[in-house]
Design a protein around this ligand. Structure first.
Ligand code: ADP
Ligand code: MG
Length: 728
C-alpha cells in the first residue's frame, strides 16, 4: 500500500482554513506602513537631505556622501521603529529570482558596548559575494567583481526584521548584471523620446512615465501532495500524470466562489502586500481548477516590477503558513490552462495625460493616434525582440496551447480603432492637402469615443491587445521578471518614437504644416505595419497559415526565439538607445541559453528518476500480484485458467508493453542527454536539449500515464492529477 500518497490525502482532508488576523478593519490604515515613503522621508530627513533624495528620485542626480549618511541614518532610525535588526540590498540577478544578503545594524564599540549603525556607504553601495550569480562570462572577461547600489526610485521597505533596499547589480567594469539596470535605462529612453514627440501637442510635457499593471496567475497545491510529487517539487510542473476525467471543461472554477482555505491564504498575503505598499485590488479564481489570479492597481513600471517580484516572494512564504505551495510555473499541468502574467502597459505624462487614452477633441486624439500607431509600428519592426523577451523553458509549454496566445506576435486593436486607422490610411491625400480635406479628417478623428465599446469585447487570443486605454501584453509567462518584457517593449517604442520625430521634423523642415506632417507620417506607418495587426482568432490553425503568408515569425521554442538577441540589428538598437552594450547583450544571451539548458536538464533527470524509482517498480509489483493470481487460478482451474484469467493475462501483457516502453524511452532520453552535455557551444547545446532530449519527455509520460491507468490505484505512489487539483 502506497502509504505516502494516502497519508497525504488524509492530511489534506483534515485541513481547516487558517485564522487570519487583520491589523485594522481598514486597509487604508495599514497601507504602506512598512515602506520608507516620501511622507516618512519628509518626517525623518533634514530638509536639505530630503531635497537631495527627491532630486535623485526625480532627476537621477547623484547623492553626495554627506547626504547619503543622513539618509542612511534616518532610514535606520525608521527601520528600528519597525523592529528591524538587519538590512539587505535587495536585487534582481539574472537567475530570475531576487537575491539578498543580510547584515546586522548591530555594531560593537569600545567598553563592551554596542550601537545600531548604518552609514551612507552601506546604503549606497554593497559588495555581495557575487561570484556564483550568472554573468555570462562578463566578470571572467574583465576579472571584476560585482557590487549593488541603491535605486532611490524604488523605496526601501521592512519585511519581518529586515530593512530591504532595492538596488541595481553592476560589475566593477560597469556592465549590468541584473534586470533592473536595463529596465531603468529603457524607461529613461522612452521618457526622452516620448517627451520629444509630446512637444508637438503640449509644450508643458517634460516627463513621460511608462506604467505597468501586471496580473499574476498561479496555482495552489496542498503541501502534503506537493511533497509526494518529486516532479512538481523539483521542476514546478507535473512531468507525468494521466488527465483527470474532469479538467476545466465545465468552466465551473472561473469566477466561482473562492475555496475557503485559498481565501484565507489570499487575505493574509494581501495584508502583507498592502503593508509593503503593493496596491493589490483584485483576486479571483482562474479557469483551471486551483488556479487563481491577483492584480494590483498599475504603477510606474520600475516600482510595479519591484512590487511584482516582492509579491511572488510573499506569496510563496505565506502559502507555507497555510500548508499550500504556490506554483508559479507557466504550465504546471499539461492538459489545463497555463499561467501567464499579463503586462498592461501605457505611457503617461507629468501633465496627467494617459497617452494611450483617446482624448476629447481632434488635437488630443491626434496625439492618441500618434502614440498608438507608433507602438504598433514598433511591434511590427521588432516582433522578434518582443518574442525573445518572453522566451523561457516554462513559457514554451504555454504559448500556443489551451487559451494562451500563440508564439506568433501580433497586435489586436478592436473594430473602432481599426476603422479609424483604415480611414487615415485612405483619406490622407497624396500631395498637398486642402484645408477642407484636413477639416474633414480632423472631424472624424475627433469622433473616437473616449470610452470605447470594444473595451469589453477584447480579444483574449491576442498576445498584444489594445484594451481601450492601454496595451495588454498577454504572452508574458507567470514566473517572468516583467523587467525583461518591459525593457524590450519600452526600448522598441522609444526607438520608433525617435524615428517618428525625425521624419515629422523632416517634413516640417520641407515646409509642411505640423498636423499634416504628422498625419502623413502616421499614414505611412499604418501602411507599413499593417501585417502585424490581427483581429481574428489567434488560437486557430488558420492564423498560423495566414501569419506565415504575411511573413510573421512563429518561433515556437526558446532557443529559436533567443537568437534575435545577438543579431547585428538588435545589438545596434540596444546600444544606440543606451540600454545594453554588445557585451551585455551577448552575456545575457549566454545566460538565457544556460538557464534553458539547466531547466531541461533538471526536468530530464527528474523524469528519469521517477520512471526508474517509482513507475517501473510499481508496475512490477502489480505484475507480481497478477502472476500470483494467475498461478492460483491455474491450481484451481487447470487448463481452463487461460480462458478464465484472460483479463489478468491481458493486463500483464499490456503492463509489459509499457514497462518496456518507459524503460526504452528513458534510456534513449538519457543517452541524448549525455550527448548534449558534451557540447560546449551553448547555442548548439540548447538546440540539442530542445530537439533531441525534450521530445522524449512526452514519450516517457505516455507510457507512465498508460501504466497509471492499468495499475491498481492502491499501489500507485504518486498523487494523481485529480487529487492534486480537486482534493480540498
Ligand atoms: P482585466 O484585464 O482583468 O479585465 P482591467 O482591464 O480592468 O482588468 O485592468 C487590468 C489591469 O490593467 C489592472 O491591473 C490595471 O491596474 C491595469 N491598468 C489599467 N490602466 C492602466 C494603465 N494606464 N497602464 C498600465 N496598466 C493599467
Ligand atoms: Mg487582463
Amino acid at each position: 500500500m502506497s502509504t505516502f500518497r494516502f497519508k497525504a490525502l488524509e492530511d489534506v482532508l483534515e485541513r481547516k482554513p487558517k485564522h487570519v488576523e487583520f491589523p485594522s478593519d481598514r486597509a487604508s490604515n495599514y497601507y504602506a506602513t512598512n515602506v520608507f515613503t516620501e511622507e516618512v522621508m519628509r518626517e525623518y530627513l533634514p530638509s536639505e537631505a530630503y531635497k537631495s533624495v527627491m532630486s535623485s528620485i526625480n532627476k537621477g542626480t547623484r547623492l553626495d556622501r554627506e547626504m547619503a549618511n543622513q539618509v542612511a541614518s534616518s532610514m535606520k532610525d525608521w527601520a528600528l521603529t519597525k523592529g528591524a535588526s538587519h538590512y539587505t540590498h535587495w536585487f534582481q540577478p539574472l537567475t530570475g529570482a531576487t537575491a539578498e544578503k543580510h547584515d546586522s545594524f548591530f555594531s560593537p564599540i569600545s567598553g563592551g558596548r554596542a550601537i545600531e549603525k548604518f552609514e551612507g556607504d552601506n546604503l549606497v553601495q554593497q559588495e555581495p559575494d557575487a561570484s556564483s550569480f550568472p554573468n555570462g562570462g562578463i566578470r571572467n572577461t574583465f576579472e571584476a567583481r560585482g557590487y549593488t547600489a541603491w535605486d532611490p526610485t524604488s523605496p526601501a521597505f521592512v519585511i519581518g526584521k529586515t530593512l530591504c533596499i532595492p538596488t541595481v547589480f553592476i560589475a566593477y567594469t560597469g556592465e549590468a548584471l541584473d534586470f533592473k539596470i536595463p529596465l531603468l535605462k529603457a524607461l529613461h529612453a522612452v521618457d526622452k523620446a516620448a517627451v520629444d514627440v509630446c512637444q508637438y501637442f503640449d509644450k508643458n510635457v517634460n516627463k513621460v512615465s511608462a506604467s505597468l499593471g501586471w496580473e499574476q496567475e498561479y496555482f495552489l497545491i496542498d503541501k502534503a501532495l506537493y511533497n509526494a510529487r518529486p516532479d512538481i517539487m523539483m521542476t514546478g510542473r507535473a512531468l507525468v500524470g494521466h488527465n483527470p476525467a474532469k479538467g476545466q471543461q465545465l468552466d465551473d472554477h472561473y469566477f466561482g466562489s473562492i475555496p475557503s482555505r485559498a481565501e484565507a491564504f489570499m487575505r493574509e498575503y494581501e495584508i502583507e502586500a498592502l503593508k509593503l505598499g503593493i496596491p493589490v485590488t483584485t483576486r479571483h479564481n482562474e479557469v483551471a481548477p486551483n488556479q487563481f489570479e491577483c492584480a494590483p492597481m498599475f504603477e510606474e513600471t520600475n516600482l510595479a516590477n519591484d512590487h511584482n517580484l516582492l509579491l511572488m516572494d510573499i506569496m510563496e512564504k505565506i502559502a507555507r503558513k497555510h500548508d499550500f505551495r504556490v506554483l508559479l510555473h507557466e504550465k504546471p499541468f499539461g492538459s489545463l490552462n497555463g499561467s501567464g502574467k499579463h503586462n498592461n502597459w501605457s505611457l503617461s505624462t507629468n501633465t496627467g495625460v494617459n497617452l494611450l487614452a483617446p482624448g476629447k477633441n481632434p488635437k488630443t486624439n491626434l496625439r492618441f493616434l500618434t502614440f498608438l500607431v507608433n507602438t504598433v509600428k514598433a511591434i511590427y519592426d521588432n516582433a522578434d525582440i518582443l518574442r525573445a523577451s518572453i522566451a523561457s523553458a516554462g513559457n514554451d509549454h504555454r504559448l500556443g496551447a489551451n487559451e494562451a496566445p500563440p508564439a506568433i506576435i501580433s497586435v489586436f486593436l478592436g473594430s473602432q480603432i481599426t476603422e479609424m486607422l483604415d480611414k487615415l490610411e485612405k483619406n490622407v491625400k497624396a500631395g498637398k492637402m486642402t484645408p477642407e480635406d484636413k477639416t474633414e479628417l480632423k472631424l472624424s478623428i475627433g469622433k473616437i469615443p473616449q470610452i470605447m465599446l470594444d473595451n469589453t469585447d477584447r480579444n483574449r487570443t491576442s498576445p498584444f491587445a489594445f484594451t481601450g486605454n492601454k496595451f495588454e501584453f498577454r504572452a508574458v509567462g507567470s514566473t517572468a521578471n516583467c523587467a525583461h518584457s518591459m525593457t524590450a517593449l519600452n526600448v522598441i517604442v522609444a526607438k520608433q518614437l525617435k524615428e517618428f520625430k525625425k521624419s515629422v521634423d523632416g517634413r516640417i523642415d520641407k515646409g509642411m504644416k505640423k498636423d499634416e506632417a504628422i498625419l502623413k507620417e502616421l499614414q505611412k506607418l499604418i501602411k507599413e505595419s499593417k501585417d502585424i495587426r490581427f483581429e481574428g482568432n489567434g488560437y486557430g490553425d488558420e492564423w498560423v497559415k495566414e501569419a506565415k503568408r504575411r511573413g510573421l515569425s512563429n518561433l515556437k521554442d526558446t532557443p529559436s526565439a533567443l537568437k534575435v538577441m545577438v543579431k547585428k540589428e538588435t545589438k545596434k538598437l540596444f546600444n544606440d538607445m543606451g540600454v545594453l552594450s554588445h557585451v551585455e547583450l551577448e552575456a545575457r544571451y549566454e545566460i538565457e541559453l544556460e538557464n534553458y539548458i539547466l531547466k531541461l536538464q533538471i526536468e530530464s533527470r527528474t523524469l528519469g528518476d521517477i520512471a526508474q524509482n517509482h513507475i517501473i517498480p510499481t508496475a512490477i509489483k502489480y505484475q507480481n500480484v497478477l502472476i500470483e493470481n494467475v498461478k492460483g487460478m491455474k491450481d484451481i482451474f487447470g487448463k481452463d485458467a487461460a480462458k478464465l484469467a484472460a483479463t489478468q493475462l491481458q493486463i500483464l501483457k499490456d503492463i509489459s508493453v509499457h514497462l518496456n516502453g518507459i524503460k526504452e524511452k528513458s534510456e534513449a532520453m538519457l543517452s541524448e542527454r549525455k550527448k548534449a552535455n558534451k557540447i560546449d557551444d551553448s547555442e548548439k547545446k540548447a538546440a540539442a536539449y530542445c530537439n533531441e532530449v525534450k521530445p522524449y519527455f512526452e514519450e516517457v509520460k505516455y507510457h507512465s500515464d498508460k501504466l497509471e491507468i492499468l495499475i491498481d490505484d492502491e499501489l500507485w505512489p504518486l498523487p494523481k492529477l485529480r487529487e492534486l487539483l480537486f482534493t480540498r
